[in-house]
Structures are given as structure tokens and as C-alpha cells.
Design a protein around this ligand. Sequence first.
Ligand code: AMP
Ligand code: MG
Length: 349
Amino acid sequence: MKREFQVQRSKFQVHCLLAALCCILIVSLLSCSFKKDQIYRKTMILMDTLITINVVSDSSDKASKAMDRAFDEIGKLDKLLNFFSSSSELSMINRNAGISAVKVSPETLEVIEDAIFVSEKTGGAFDSTIGPEISLWDFHTRKMPDDKTVKERLPLVDYKLIRIDRNKSTVYLEKKGMLIDLGAIAKGYAADKAVEELKRQGITSGLVSCAGDIRAFGLKPDGKPWKIGIKNPRPANKEDEIMATVGLSDMAISTSGDYERFFISNGRRYHHILDPKTGYSAEGCRSVTVIARYGFQTDAFSTGVFVLGPRKGMELLRQMGFEGVIVDKDGGIETTPGLKGRIEFKGNN
Ligand code: AMP
Ligand code: MG
């Protein structure tokens, strides 16, 4: 009798336990459904440009902390790679051109190796040793160099004269006067590093925009890809005008354009994308948009393809398996086949 009572008591205890577990489950499911994913956004000026991070999260604290960490990452790169700051590792490399190899951090080494890779793929149309030429120009004050100086400096522009020693983590520029300028790759590379950091912080969806170099991952809370606008290089009025939009997830996009920094003199447009063969602005395109996996790729290849011009540029995009849109010097628009159906052009073009 006593034994029977004990069995019934333990059965009752098991039932109670199950009921309690059910309650906990229901409460936690309910609290989950109340926490809604939202887009959180922060903007900062770093790398001499406006950087915006959007993340999807169910917690503003978590989103804020993750974005701060990503901005720290970009700030760190800014300190290493800034062309104008005398304390950056990049300036140390440039100051020691023709003198000695400089020991650098893994990030500086990696981005310079990436730049060399893109130079090889573009046959030198992208060349981060463009520094001695680009520093002759000021597109804001309309400063134009004389032809003799432009020609004299051309031998200093050659990515093959960058010596990397991976084991020692050093970079050496072979000729005195050489200058590496990472202006066409660093922002895309920074977007990549920021996304890596956001993912480390547990964020599964977001968008990092370093000016025109953008990397998207995951989907928006509505389950749709991130929608990115591509600027019209010749807007009807002075405002920014979108020429087309494209939906992106887990991809990067960059646009290089002759409208970003330029002046017009004697009917000719002088802008900030230089042909390393001539030292003068590249002339075949108005803008080039590239879509690929990584920001360093889209940033650097959009510049390289711009220099190559529409025909060779399209061919290179095909070879690399990248997508893109090229607006040529006369306003003609060409799109890679893979983008058809994914890109939406506005009526005003
Ligand atoms: P982006 O706006 O990304 O096309 O980069 C343009 C910037 O990259 C310029 O302001 C220069 O600092 C640098 N640059 C200009 N021409 C070249 C080139 N052919 N290859 C690599 N960097 C370049
Ligand atoms: Mg670029």
C-alpha cells in the first residue's frame, strides 16, 4: 500500500515537472515573438568619407555594440592606410621608397597584396603606385600639372616595383619617389573587414557603405535583399540621381565615376581616375559599377575597368565572373548578362 502510494506520488511529480517545462517553453516562445528584428543604423566620418553601417537585430544594445566594434575596425585601417597622415604605415612605406623595407601589420600587407593581384588581372590599368601622378593634381582647386612633370614621373608608376616579403611582413618600393595610394581599394577592403567584425559579433544581416563601396550580407527583416542605387553619372539637375537599382545579399558593389572629383577646362573633363600609362584622366567611361563577392574586389576592379574602357572592361568582368554596368563616354549603358532581370533601370535614362 505504501509502495503504491510512493509510485503515484512520483508519477504526480513527473507530471508537475512536465507541466512546468511546457510553461517555460510557451513563455520563451512568446517572448521570442515579441522581440522583432529591426534595422539599426550608425554613420561616422572615417577614411575621409561618410561611412554608414546598417544591421538587423532584435536588440538595440547588441546592434549598437556590434556597429561600434565595426567602426573601430575601420578606424584601425584608417590609421594604417591613410595616404595623408604622416604616422600611417602607408606613409612609412612611401617615405622609405628606394631606402629600406618597412615592417607592416598583416592588414597593410594583405591590402597591398590584394592591390598587386588586381594590377596583374587588369594588366596595370589599376595600379596603386599611381601616387606620384595623383599628387600632382588638385581637382578641388583645379590644379593641373605641366605635361613635362607628368611624363617625368611615369617611370615611378609600376606595381612590379613593389617588393613584398611575406615571411618578414615587409614592403619595399624599389625607386625613390614612388608612392603607394590605396584610394581605389582601401574603402572596399574596410567594408570587408567591418562585415567580418559584425559577423563575429553575431550579426547575420547588414550593410556597410564606405561612400560608394558597399557590402551587403543576409536579408532585410522583410526577407528581401538590400536594395542599392546606382548613380546617374550625368544627372539632369545637380542633385544625386539614381539611374538603376539592384538587390544584393552576400555581395559587394562599387561604382567609380568621372563625376566624383573633377573639373572641366577647355571643354575637357579632368577627373581623379588616372590612366597609369599616361598620367592623365582615363577617357573611355563615365562610370563603372562592379558587383562581386568582396568589397576589395569591387572597389579596385571598378577603378581598373574604368581605365580599361568599355570593351576591354566588359571582357575582364566576364573573365573574372563578376557582374557590372558600364556607362561609356557617350552615355551608352552596357550590363553583364548575369544582371539582366536583377537590375531595374529608372525611366529617366
Ligand atoms: P575610385 O573612386 O575607387 O575609383 O578610386 C579613385 C582613387 O584611386 C583616386 O582618387 C586615386 O587616389 C586612386 N587612383 C586613381 N587612378 C588609379 C588607378 N589607375 N589605379 C589605382 N588607383 C588609382
Ligand atoms: Mg575603387
